[in-house]
Design a protein around this ligand. Structure first.
Ligand SMILES: [Zn+2]
Length: 323
């Protein structure tokens, strides 16, 4: 019990330290005019800013929506983005598409009401088997075991239920996409498993919500190219990665990039993410003395160079396979 208290106090302290550092760094990017210039460049080009969240708090999400609205952005639905990636529509100035991976239950209070209030279309990518099952995300198991109160202890669901999903899918602002059945990383699957993860999740989601499911998000953003013909075969029209760049008109519809906004980060850092300057600005610091010393204390603030490299290589391979 005492160990649990110490470890959660340490995690809170790390988070607070990380946020102070990142807010200060983000403020310096504002002061140097980098945010303003990046936003101006985006608004002058025919591009879509595509953004993904996981489980943001309500305050952060609403501030992001208000900032985008008051800074000249225009929110697109997944169907409009499909029109763009298929070459039938040009992106309007300041086009932005908001997406959410995993289907956390907190979205029901923190995101869905805000999207409805501001008439903002959003797309939520759901791992259907987790929603249908106990609602616990496998990758959060280490956290749960650290916090376990003893044998027989049960944890509340982390994902929304099928009933909740069915209800929110009826709102005009909400679109549902697939995120496989089990949140399997598709690059590690056999062809049979891959085909099943893509097709079964689509069928399950469609049977629950009574609408076509045409969008897909690769779990953890990993893709090796074998997915693309199978996604097409299953009837998907668009798939999103975690490659941090703007969506240009000549993008492959099955390799659509997105910028990430973290769950509990300072708002000023979220703005740097949304205009696409955060990763390139902070990455060089990864190798600096300050962060060599403070990396542990900063608790994962920095993008993982290894993961990005792997993803880029996978995208190149996907391109090759796709040609
Ligand atoms: Zn995910």
């Amino acid at each position: 019990m005492i160990t649990n208290l110490i470890s959660s106090a340490r995690a809170r302290a790390q988070r607070a330290l990380r946020n102070v550092f990142c807010a200060t760094f983000a403020s310096s990017l504002f002061a140097l005019g980098r945010v303003h210039r990046a936003r101006r460049r985006i608004l002058a080009r025919n591009v879509v800013t595509s953004i993904y969240f996981h489980n943001p708090n309500k305050r952060l999400f609403e501030k992001c929506v208000r900032w985008l609205k008051s800074n000249g952005y225009r929110f697109l639905s997944v169907l409009e983005v499909i029109e763009i990636v298929q070459g039938r529509m040009s992106p309007p100035p300041g086009a932005v598409w908001l997406t959410f991976d995993d289907g956390f239950r907190r979205l029901l209070d923190a995101v869905v009401p805000i999207a409805r209030k501001h008439h903002v279309p959003i797309t939520i990518f759901i791992p259907s088997g987790i929603i249908e099952g106990d609602g616990l995300f496998p990758w959060l198991a280490p956290t749960r075991s650290r916090l376990a109160a003893g044998p027989g202890h049960t944890f509340p669901r982390e994902a929304m239920t099928v009933t909740e999903l069915r209800e929110i899918a009826q709102y005009p602002e909400i679109s549902i996409g697939s995120h496989t059945v089990t949140h399997a990383i598709t690059t590690g699957l056999s062809s049979g498993e891959l085909r099943s993860e893509l097709a079964v999740s689509k069928q399950q989601l469609e049977s629950w919500i009574g609408q076509p499911v045409v969008s897909f998000a690769y779990p953890v953003g990993q893709v090796d190219g074998r997915e693309i013909p199978l996604l097409k075969e299953s009837g998907y029209l668009i798939a999103v990665t975690t490659e941090a760049s703007l969506l240009c008109a000549d993008v492959d519809p099955f390799l659509v990039p997105r910028f990430h906004v973290g769950d509990e980060i300072p708002f000023i850092e979220a703005v740097c993410n949304m205009v696409g300057i955060w990763r390139s600005a902070i990455e060089p610091l990864q190798y600096g003395r300050l962060l060599r010393r403070g990396r542990n204390a900063l608790g994962g603030v920095l993008p993982s160079a290894h993961r990005q490299k792997t993803h880029r290589e996978a995208s190149v391979q996907a391109d090759r396979l796709h040609q």
